[in-house]
Design a protein around this ligand. Structure first.
Ligand code: PMP
Length: 314
């Protein structure tokens, strides 16, 4: 997924490293968790973003934002890359930083899973923990404060407002889905955190075929247990997210997301995080309404990082 200039040194470095494995994730058909009343002409496929080297969909924007900042001359000797994250972007940025030899610092709510914090530290990045009651908004405000105090030191990637986030999906995820479905895709279903996945993938698919429906997934309430997703109305609105672009939003309750996540592992042998369960729950509601179609659902990451959290804890 090399979207920016092809000949500069950082690009060569990235291509000759683990970063070359970002993207080109598999698509797998969902066969068993389908309700009985779904039309036989409706198919559902899941895009398994957990197969990225950093373990999540966020490898794509992390790499894209990093390379964009390098290209614009922002990341020079002595600079530290910083961002606010609910975890997966942190892991992805820490991985990219380790691969390219750039120091990374990250702020995240203290209640993100222990595994995420440890993986980030394993890649050598520094972690700041913020008030869990403030969610990712608390982490965003913390980073803004740090950057204001020390603008010389930091390159703030700002995934919530950085166009290189959604463009990563415009130049990779969307193209992959079109080819993997042989152009048969009719609906895209994806959860919203920054909105990068749905905006970039959706925009690309609508370039191929404007009739493709783009459906966003949000938690039903401001306080929820679906890591990675944002209840947009009650949060700092991500600048890259344009709700009017979506054809529809489906709201999912935490318990339904957990139930679906458990069933995915048990019945489909697909072990993923809670936001994948949420996205599939939404896709099944949609599927019940259709006569025919091919729904692609984004599964943002694998389940390992969530073993110490619900729904896997007990
Ligand atoms: N699910 C998980 C587990 C995530 O970490 C994220 C990213 N915050 C998302 C979904 C949503 O992705 P996006 O930021 O592209 O909207």
């Amino acid at each position: 997924m090399w979207i920016l200039g092809e000949h500069d040194e950082p690009y060569r470095k990235a291509r000759n490293s683990i970063l070359n494995l970002v993207g080109n994730t598999p698509l797998v058909k969902i066969r068993k968790v389908l309700p009985k009343d779904i039309s036989p002409k409706v198919e559902i496929y899941a895009k398994l973003e957990g197969f990225n080297p950093g373990g999540s969909v966020k490898d794509r924007p992390a790499l894209s934002m990093f390379l964009d900042a390098i290209k614009r001359g922002l990341i020079t000797e002595g600079k530290v890359v910083i961002d606010a994250t609910s975890g997966n972007t942190g892991i992805a940025l820490a991985m990219v930083g380790a691969a390219l030899g750039v120091p990374v610092e990250l702020a995240m709510p203290a209640n993100v899973s222990e595994e995420r914090k440890r993986i980030i530290k394993a890649y050598g990045a520094k972690v700041y923990l913020t008030d869990p009651l403030e969610g990712t908004d608390g982490a965003i405000l913390f980073v803004r404060g740090l950057v204001e105090k020390n603008p010389e030191r930091y390159v703030y990637l700002d995934q919530y407002n950085n166009p290189a986030n959604w463009k990563a999906h415009f130049y990779s995820t969307g193209i992959e889905i079109w080819h993997q479905t042989g152009g048969r895709v009719t609906h895209l279903v994806a959860g919203i955190g920054t909105g990068g996945t749905i905006m970039g993938t959706g925009r690309r698919l609508k370039v191929y075929n404007p009739d493709i429906q783009v459906i966003g997934v949000q938690p039903a309430y401001p306080f929820h247990g679906i890591e990675g997703l944002k209840h947009i109305e009650s949060s700092i609105k991500p600048g890259i997210f344009d709700e009017s672009f979506l054809d529809r939003t489906i709201f999912v309750e935490t318990e339904d997301a957990y139930e679906m996540t458990k069933r995915l592992a048990l019945e489909e042998a697909i072990f993923v995080g809670q936001s994948s369960g949420a996205a599939l729950w939404a896709a099944l509601q949609l599927a019940k309404e259709l006569e025919e179609g091919l729904i692609v659902v984004i599964f943002p990451d694998g389940g390992s990082k969530y073993l110490s959290t619900a729904p896997f804890r007990d």
